[in-house]
Design a protein around this ligand. Structure first.
Ligand code: NAD
Ligand code: LMR
Length: 338
């Protein structure tokens, strides 16, 4: 039961004052769920990111240890830890970017929707505090089921009068990371040279890789398309089964979350042409939320890229995906409105 000191890291430091360091330029980032399977490697990787000047680590358990550990890394970001609900609002005050990996993960045999009952309430509580303390922050939602937790976050922000659809992004980057990896394997390429757009949502058949738009331009046999689509849609389940009850993807997710957060920060800084797939309040289809390629800017999402020409296979898959997505969005909205 370590008590947090003014450094938020459990250290009992000095009997003298450290010399003040000029504030390093950069952004203030909070990670909610920072002591978890995703949260720990995500916190470590964000501490390395040169665009981050302040890193706030919040969880309901174990943040003193994680914060103490990470704060010893000799990179510029200043790390502070926050433990338990009564420190949540302090953790969020003044943040530019909030990343949310808080919540329970799947065990074998579960769907992401089976996590709804616990994670919906967690995301609601966290977003209520964001609305109070950093209503202008860009918010990256990782907690599952993403297809419902993003609509939940939107409803919380609407209720609070702070909703800016451009600033709320569901993280589907892991689907893109997996797609790039599996497609590169089939094509015999370096995954860093492959770009696969993945649209729809983040669960089973709602994950729709657009293999007809892979860069570099490539053609696939029907067998390859079926194999790749199935593997990308079930990549999460592949990891859940391999971990055999010990949770879901954490390391590849932390990597994907950092790749996505870094894109958000580069865009906030003014870099042009930052384009990523994300699950957002969208006008690309008739659905209120949809994952597709978006351009990021200083205000979050500044442009939706068109879906582009789809193959017959992709058109049919999109129709199936939309049905399930509509139900998941309604479930999230109803959770707050009821
Ligand atoms: P985990 O159980 O290892 O960690 C979750 C952390 O959340 C724990 O440290 C826990 O204490 C914390 N937590 C619980 N309630 C909280 C609250 N009210 N406030 C703050 N923190 C709280 O789980 P994990 O493996 O890190 O996964 C976290 C979530 O991310 C799960 O819902 C999982 O399904 C999801 N996930 C999403 C993706 C994606 O692609 N979007 C990928 C992997 C996992
Ligand atoms: C993933 O895609 O790995 C995550 O959504 C976690 C899960 O439950 O599969």
């Amino acid at each position: 039961n370590l008590k947090m000191n003014e450094h938020g890291d459990g250290s009992s430091l000095t009997s003298f004052h450290c010399r003040a360091k000029g504030a390093s330029p950069g952004f203030k980032v909070a990670i909610l769920g920072a002591a978890g399977g995703i949260g720990q490697p995500l916190s470590m990787l964000m501490k390395i990111n040169p665009l981050v000047s302040v890193l706030h680590l919040y969880d309901v358990v174990n943040t003193p240890g994680v914060t103490s550990d990470i704060s010893h890394m000799d990179t510029a970001a200043v790390v502070r830890g926050f433990l338990g609900q009564n420190q949540l609002e302090d953790a969020l005050t003044g943040m530019d970017l909030v990343i949310i990996p808080a919540g329970v993960p799947r065990k074998p045999g579960m769907t992401r929707d089976d996590l709804f009952n616990i994670n919906a309430g967690i995301v609601k509580t966290l977003c209520e505090a964001i609305a109070k303390r950093c209503p202008k922050a860009i918010v990256n939602v990782i907690s599952n089921p993403v297809n419902s937790t993003v609509p939940i976050a939107a409803e919380v922000f609407k209720r609070a009068g702070t909703y800016d659809p451009k600033r709320l992004l569901g993280v589907t980057m892991l689907d893109v990371v997996r797609a790039n990896t599996f497609v590169a394997e089939v094509l015999g390429l370096d995954p860093r040279d492959v770009d696969v757009p993945v649209v729809g949502g983040h669960a089973g058949i709602t994950i729709l890789p657009l293999l007809s738009q892979v860069k570099p331009h490539s053609s696939f046999t029907t067998k390859e398309i079926e194999y790749l689509t199935d593997r990308i849609q079930n990549g999460g389940t592949e990891v859940v089964e391999a971990k055999a009850g010990a949770g879901s993807a954490t390391l590849s997710m932390a990597y994907a979350a950092v790749k996505f957060a870094d894109a958000c920060l580069r865009a906030l800084k003014g870099e042009a042409d930052v384009i990523q797939c994300a699950y957002v309040d969208s006008q690309v289809t008739e659905l209120p939320f949809f994952a597709s390629k978006v351009r990021l800017g200083r205000d979050g999402v500044v442009e939706f890229l068109p879906l582009g020409p789809l193959s017959d296979y992709e058109r049919a898959s999109l129709e199936k995906a939309k049905k399930e997505l509509a139900t998941s969005v309604e479930k999230g909205v109803a959770f707050i409105r009821k």
